[in-house]
Design a protein around this ligand. Structure first.
Ligand code: NOJ
Length: 566
């Protein structure tokens, strides 16, 4: 090997936790069900929290558990300061938080500021009080166009399909105004030009900060501000379908949005103390990357999911480009990169990588679609995670990926609950396939998820992937994740500097993470057809799959190794 080419300078090893944390996303409906209603709950999480401490993650992000009629699995919030009875009570939350603190796990909650539920007290008042009322001005109500106002105010469509407007019946029983909902009909958008909306969300932030949370994952962080006058937009609403800059759409990534986050950052900083820093992480589906990076300017978000990385094809040049590009952009603002491969909105990466063409793929896979090569997908997913966890910065892990779970790609339509599926009349399969309840025990009802079945059917392939089948089993995906997370911590890879490890071919992604006291670690991911030999003196720490008989790295396999004296 020749001298490495630097990509990123090290961060102080005593830097705040969020600069290097591995954060595990819990989707509460599907993690563990204690009360036996077939839907996961907070007690179920508390009961099994040791599993997450043993896994070796630093923090947990909970998808919404607030009071909600569940039009969008809880992303339609009726009360931002209460727990939905499906998930438990505020006492259950406090018990969960206390145990998490004992286990050294920080908690990040989901904040949903773009829209509420139609059952939120403000929206009920907006309907009851009628046009021109103070209550209506907290949402985006407009008169319709056309004869009698029977056509929507403009041509915007919903991200989930269909119109972005719904007409209401006024208190006097007549057909009335329309309200905007970029997502489901049950998710009316707030009007963020209204100071009352700002005050309310600042109060909600304080409510959860005072309950001790370590931070917020901010839902649809790119959507709060709509261009003045609500001009027409002929393009798609779904960001993944927008070609070119996302802010061409008059409802995404508008410049004024950053003022909101500057205020929130100042508020959150009031609650941060050394060792107990509070953070916010943006869910901002924004292109180009230069605009996405604006969300992590020093006085805005601490983190922003690196969705470019998530969508990058499993190909060497594309991976090299996105790694180098992401680090350069984040470094430009002194922010950590926030690597991620899966979440509750995308096809699981063990399935995305099971196709000849990788990358963005479809929004959900159904029984009629070409089916993935599961073995290929899992092998590549393990290699991809092994690469990701060697990178400096923060990383998110989505529940079940540590088991190598695939998407449920053959779920019958009658079980589907994602509003996307219903609003597009099945044209878009949607996200149910990545939200299936976790398998804990092979030989138990609902694979041990809970005594009362499972709100979405679990595929048969989950049996052998259950936690009890993988725990302590050498080479299992669960043990791979545990090993990677332990080594990442021991070698301080989250705060390491990064350089290309030169001397490998084009089909290989090879990087040296300078690490901390544990010493430098080289990661090699072989995406070519031929095995790749390791340099003389390489001591393998972990590999995503078996090496060849003579110790070379096979196709679709990643290895971490050190060089030199032990
Ligand atoms: C992003 C969330 O991750 C997704 O699940 C939800 O449907 C939309 N935002 C709307 O809240």
């Amino acid at each position: 090997m020749t001298m490495p080419t630097p990509l990123h300078s090290p961060t102080a090893t005593d830097a705040p936790w969020w600069r290097h944390a591995v954060i595990y996303q819990v989707y509460p409906r599907s993690w563990s069900d204690a009360d036996g209603d077939g839907i996961g709950d907070l007690r179920g999480i508390t009961d099994r929290l040791e599993y997450l401490a043993d896994l070796g993650v630093d923090a947990l992000w909970f998808s919404p558990f607030y009071r909600s009629p569940m039009a969008d699995a809880g992303y339609d919030v009726a009360d931002y300061r209460d727990i939905d009875p499906l998930f438990g009570t505020m006492d259950d939350y406090d018990a969960l938080a206390a145990k998490a603190a004992d286990l050294g796990l920080r908690i990040i909650v989901d904040l949903v500021p773009n829209h509420s539920s139609v059952e939120h007290v403000w929206f009920r008042a907006a309907l009851a009080d009628g046009p021109g009322s103070e209550a209506r001005a907290r949402y985006i109500f407009r008169d319709g166009t056309g004869p009698g106002g029977s056509e929507p105010p403009n041509n915007w469509t919903s991200v989930f399909g269909g119109r972005a407007w719904t007409r209401v019946t006024e208190p006097d029983g007549t057909p009335g105004q329309w309200y905007l909902h970029l997502f489901d009909t049950g998710q009316p958008d707030f009007d963020w030009t209204n100071p009352q909306v700002h005050a309310e969300f600042e109060s909600i932030l304080r409510f959860w900060l005072e309950r001790g949370v370590a931070g917020f994952r901010v839902d649809v962080a790119h959507g709060l501000i709509k261009r003045a006058g609500l001009p027409p937009w002929d393009g798609p609403a779904e960001t993944r379908d927008i070609t070119g800059p996302t802010n061409a759409a008059p409802f995404w990534d508008q410049d004024e949005i950053h003022d909101i986050y500057r205020r929130w950052r100042a508020l959150i900083d009031e609650y941060s103390t050394p060792g107990h820093e509070r953070i916010m992480c943006a869910e901002a589906w924004v292109t180009p990357p230069e605009r996405a990076a604006l969300y992590v300017r020093p006085d805005e978000f601490h983190q922003s999911f690196n969705f470019d990385y998530l969508y990058t094809p499993f190909e060497p040049a594309a991976l090299r480009d996105v790694i180098a590009g992401s680090l350069a952009l984040a470094d430009g603002y002194g922010a950590p990169t926030t690597w991620v491969l899966s979440n509750h909105d995308v096809v699981r990466h063990a399935t995305r990588y099971g196709y000849a063409t990788t990358g963005r793929g479809a929004l959900g896979i159904g029984p009629q679609d070409p089916q993935p090569d599961a073995a290929l997908g899992l092998r590549r997913a393990r290699a991809a995670t092994t690469l990701m966890l060697a990178l400096p910065g923060s990383a998110y892990v989505y529940q079940g990926e540590e088991l190598g779970l695939p998407e449920h790609t053959t779920m019958p339509s009658e079980f589907r609950q994602d509003p996307t599926f219903h609003r597009t009349h099945g044209a878009v399969i949607g996200r149910d396939g990545c939200r299936v309840p976790l398998p804990w025990v092979k030989d138990a009802p609902a694979y041990g998820f809970g005594p009362g079945g499972s709100w979405l059917p679990q595929p048969a392939s989950y049996a052998d992937l259950a936690v009890d089948q993988q725990t302590g089993v050498k080479g299992s995906t669960l043990e791979l994740y545990r090993t990677l997370l332990r080594l990442r911590r021991e070698h301080s890879l989250g705060t390491g500097g990064l350089a290309w490890a030169d001397g490998f071919g084009d089909e290989v992604v090879a990087l040296v993470n300078t690490g901390g006291e544990g010493g430098a670690v080289t990661v090699v991911t072989n995406l070519g057809a031929e095995p790749v030999a390791l340099p003389a003196g390489a001591r393998v720490l972990v590999s995503s799959g078996a090496l060849t008989g003579d110790g070379a790295v096979p196709t679709d396999t990643s290895v971490w190794f050190t060089v030199g004296a032990a």
